[in-house]
Each structure stands twice: as structure tokens, then as C-alpha cells.
Design a protein around this ligand. Structure first.
Ligand code: PXP
Length: 247
């Protein structure tokens, strides 16, 4: 039997909506608790350097209020390291961050930053936090993530999703094959494999079907779909499609 697949719900864009008007609503914790009630296995939130969506107080409220694991997404900077240690989340997902980008565009370059990341991962891991590296499917990045002591890699599915919506189906399938190969390599190296970025009802099934993948992190689409059908229904339908694909 294929091993179960967890769904982590990213609630960043509830905060985006709140911050667009400088209002007190919608509250990301309320969305996270609704996601928890709808069957999410974890909540992901990204505290960006520019605080464009999630803020420090949101992270503290999530940690205090949630009954399911909190995945603290962050750039591997000294400031974020300090906040992560104070927050003590279940997991930290390390991502590259560029101020000008609209969203996390690529994976982390673990190979280029190996020495510094080794210390950073150790600092978090020693306190019991599970550390995940958000990377592309490049074998060198996967091997470097294992070498520096990360417990988890999250494979970036953004390019696969972009190719799907561009109608470039042959290229999409080639990208999917590379993601599948990356997932196999990571699992062989003893890493837990996650995936995420850009996933939707249309694109989730082939990723959910990869047997090595244990968790998907999905945000923007679920929050968008919630406008039309509600968050609970959006999460329920995503789960249904994941389970169907898993077989
Ligand atoms: N995983 C990581 C590491 C991310 O940076 C993001 C985007 O914040 C996601 C998953 C979720 O991506 P999306 O919001 O496109 O579903």
C-alpha cells in the first residue's frame, strides 16, 4: 500500500488580503483553524523579510493556537533563525528569498551555500525542529541537502504547474519525470520528500501519485478557491483528489 500523503495548507494569502486594506481581517489564525477542522495535516506560513503577508504576531498566534503542526517557512537568515528558535515550530522550510519576486521563484542553492547551511540546519535541528530544504529536482541539490543533515526536502513544483497552464504538455511531462526521479533519489538518500508550489485541482494528481512524496504544501490556489466554494470545501476537494491519485 502506498504510504499516506499529508496536506499542509499555506495561509499566507489570507494575510495578503488583510494587509491589502490594512484591516484586522481576515485573520490567518481563523483560516488555519478552519483548515485544521477541514482535515489539514499541518499549516505552513512564510515570514518574509519584508513582512508582506505573514507578520511576527501571526506566527506567534499560529504557534499558540494550532493543534496541528506548524511549518515555519523562511529564508535562512540570522533574523529568521532567531525568530524560529523563539517560536519553536514543528518544522522549518528554508527557502531562497528575493525582495522583488512575487513568489518564491526557484529552489535554494544548497550546493553554493553548503557550509553556512550546515550550521543553520544544525542550529534548528538541535532544538528538535524538522528542517526542510525547498529545492529544485537537481540531483546535486538533493545530495547536498542530505549531506548537510536536512531531514526533509521539498521539491519545487512551480515550473511543472506553469508548463501545464501554458499548454506545454510534453515539457510538463518531462518536468514531471524529473520531479519523479528527484523524489526517488531523495528517498534513497533517506530524506523525507515533500512537494509544493503552484498546485491546483488540475495539477495535483500526478504529483500526489509519486509514492515517495509524503506531504504537499498548497496555499494560493486553496485560498483563491475559497472565494468561490469556501475554504473547507476547497480543502476537502483537494484531499479527495490527492487520495484518488494515491490509489
Ligand atoms: N512550498 C513552499 C516552500 C512555498 O514557498 C510555497 C509558496 O509560499 C508553497 C509551498 C505553496 O505554494 P502555493 O501558494 O503556490 O500553493
Amino acid at each position: 500500500m502506498t504510504r499516506p500523503l499529508r496536506l499542509g495548507v499555506n495561509i499566507d494569502h489570507v494575510a495578503t488580503l488583510r494587509n491589502a486594506r490594512g484591516s484586522a481581517y481576515p485573520d490567518p489564525l481563523r483560516a488555519a483553524l478552519l483548515a485544521e477542522a477541514a482535515g489539514a495535516d499541518g499549516i505552513t506560513a512564510h515570514l518574509r523579510e519584508d513582512r508582506r503577508h505573514i507578520r511576527d504576531a501571526d506566527m506567534a498566534a499560529l504557534k499558540a493556537g494550532l493543534g496541528i503542526p506548524l511549518n515555519f517557512e523562511m529564508a535562512p537568515t540570522e533574523e529568521m533563525g532567531r525568530i524560529a528558535l523563539a517560536t519553536a515550530p514543528h518544522a522549518c522550510c528554508l527557502v531562497p528569498e528575493k525582495r522583488q519576486e512575487v513568489t518564491t521563484e526557484g529552489g535554494l542553492d544548497v550546493v553554493a551555500d553548503q557550509a553556512r547551511l550546515t550550521d543553520f540546519v544544525a542550529m534548528l535541528s538541535e532544538t528538535g525542529i524538522r528542517v526542510s530544504m525547498f529545492i529544485g529536482h537537481d540531483a546535486r541539490q538533493i545530495e547536498a541537502s542530505a549531506a548537510i543533515g536536512a531531514a526533509v526536502v521539498e521539491l519545487h513544483t512551480g515550473h511543472y504547474c506553469d508548463l501545464h497552464y501554458a499548454g506545454k504538455f510534453a515539457e510538463r511531462d518531462a518536468e514531471l519525470a524529473r520531479l519523479a526521479e528527484g523524489a526517488r533519489l531523495a528517498a534513497r538518500l533517506g530524506l523525507e520528500v515533500h512537494a509544493g508550489h503552484g498546485l491546483t485541482f488540475e495539477t495535483v494528481a500526478p504529483i500526489a501519485a509519486l509514492p515517495e512524496i509524503r506531504e504537499l504544501n498548497i496555499g494560493h490556489f486553496l485560498i483563491s478557491e475559497a472565494v468561490f466554494i469556501g475554504l473547507e470545501a476547497a480543502i476537502g476537494e483537494m484531499r479527495r483528489r490527492m487520495e484518488l491519485a494515491r490509489g
